[in-house]
Design a binder for this molecule. Structure first.
Ligand code: SAH
Length: 357
């Protein structure tokens, strides 16, 4: 499977504030002769009080306030488009990055609160056969600040009414293929003086990069892990999720098990139901058997259609039959209520679809 090289990305002249962990910001400030504790003060204003204009940071010396814009870039990406479902619960934002490329993020309101769905790359190299983002190929990795600012733009949109939102790396891209930037962003979001989000509120979704799953297990952060399983045999998974040819189920499932045991968290098995492809009773039985062997829960996702791809969503009756077959046999099953399909904001539909319509 060809994995395209990522084009080199020159670092910006002034480093983006939102990509710096507090520690690294402190080092940068110290290098400029500013005491490192100013990093904590800036973090508090910006991430705890949501004030990004140095003018209002009145506990900082005036001379430092004036210096801030020369030390770090505090700008946010421009919102190129903003679509919202008629019920107001799902918003899809398209952001313009510094190099003009565009990236999409989605906010969803459901019973358990707000969830922000983040992108980790522009496009994706892994080419899962049913996913719109895969059709784009990989354009480039996002930098940590380009991940954190997605959260800030969506938080602003909701006026920070909810301090306890959830983050899922289920937008464009494969987060574990952009490991370092994703982890820097996670550390900034998780920092008590950053957005102070508990690790339990952050979920990384992967199509199954085994070495990175192992690395993630050793980070000492009990982040949620979601595994895009979608098939219960290597034969089918090789075609739906081609990275399976590199790390087949016999390697992937033990890595997921080890992750669950090491972090004390159940791994979410994501299973997109595609009509006549992976929705038979035998599929349900094999899925249940896999789930029983792991500390896991199953999240069923009815397929969201992608123009140009031959796949269909099962009928409501077929979905129901699959759930009923699975339910008594598997430890925990949820059927994801699809949100945002009407604005091309649902899973697997993030690829510049519906823009400008
Ligand atoms: N690269 C990560 C995040 C991708 S998107 C991963 O593979 O996990 C989040 C989920 O949506 C993944 O499980 C993905 O396989 C699934 N998905 C992709 N296209 C879809 C579609 N058209 N309908 C429903 N789910 C889809």
């Amino acid at each position: 499977m060809p994995i395209l090289p990522t084009p080199p990305l020159l670092p910006p002249a002034i480093p983006g504030f939102y990509g710096l962990t507090r520690e690294r910001l402190g080092e940068r400030l110290a290098g400029q002769g500013v005491p490192a504790y100013r990093a904590s003060q800036l973090f508090t204003w910006i991430y705890r009080k949501h004030q990004r204009d140095p003018e209002v940071m009145t506990n900082l010396p005036l001379a430092f306030r004036q210096e801030v814009p020369r030390l770090v870039d505090l700008s946010l990406p421009a919102v190129a488009s903003h679509l919202c479902t008629p019920d107001g619960d799902t918003h899809k934002l398209v952001l313009t990055l510094g190099d003009g490329r565009r990236v999409e993020c989605v906010s969803m309101r459901a019973e358990r609160g707000l969830t922000f769905c983040l992108s980790s790359q522009v496009g994706c190299a892994l080419r899962c056969s049913f996913c719109a983002t895969g059709l784009m190929g990989l354009q480039r990795n996002l930098r940590a600040e380009e991940i954190v600012t997605q959260v800030l733009v969506m938080g602003d949109l909701h006026r920070w009414e909810d301090d306890s939102f959830n983050l899922v790396f289920m937008g464009m891209g494969e987060p574990l293929a952009n490991y370092d930037a994703v982890m820097d962003a996670v550390r900034i979001l998780h920092d008590p003086l950053g957005l102070n989000l508990g690790a339990r509120r952050i979920t990384i979704s992967t199509c199954g990069l085994v070495p990175q799953i192992e690395r993630l297990a050793g980070e000492g952060l009990a982040l949620g892990l979601a595994l895009s399983l979608h098939a219960t045999t290597d034969e089918l998974r090789d075609t739906l999720v081609p990275v399976n040819r590199r790390w087949p189920l016999r390697e992937l499932l033990p890595a997921a098990q080890a992750y669950g045991l090491r972090t004390g968290r159940r791994v979410t098995l994501e299973y997109t139901l595609i009509a006549d492809v992976n929705d038979s009773p035998e599929d349900a039985d094999r899925l249940a058997a896999i789930a029983r062997d792991l500390p896991s829960k199953i999240n069923l996702i009815p397929y969201n259609p992608v123009p140009g791809l031959p796949y269909r969503r099962p009928t409501p009756e077929a979905l129901q039959a699959f759930v009923e077959r699975l339910y008594p046999r598997a430890p925990a099953v949820t059927l994801r209520q699809t949100q945002g399909g009407e604005i091309w904001a649902a899973c697997g539909q993030l690829a510049g679809l519906g823009e400008g319509s």
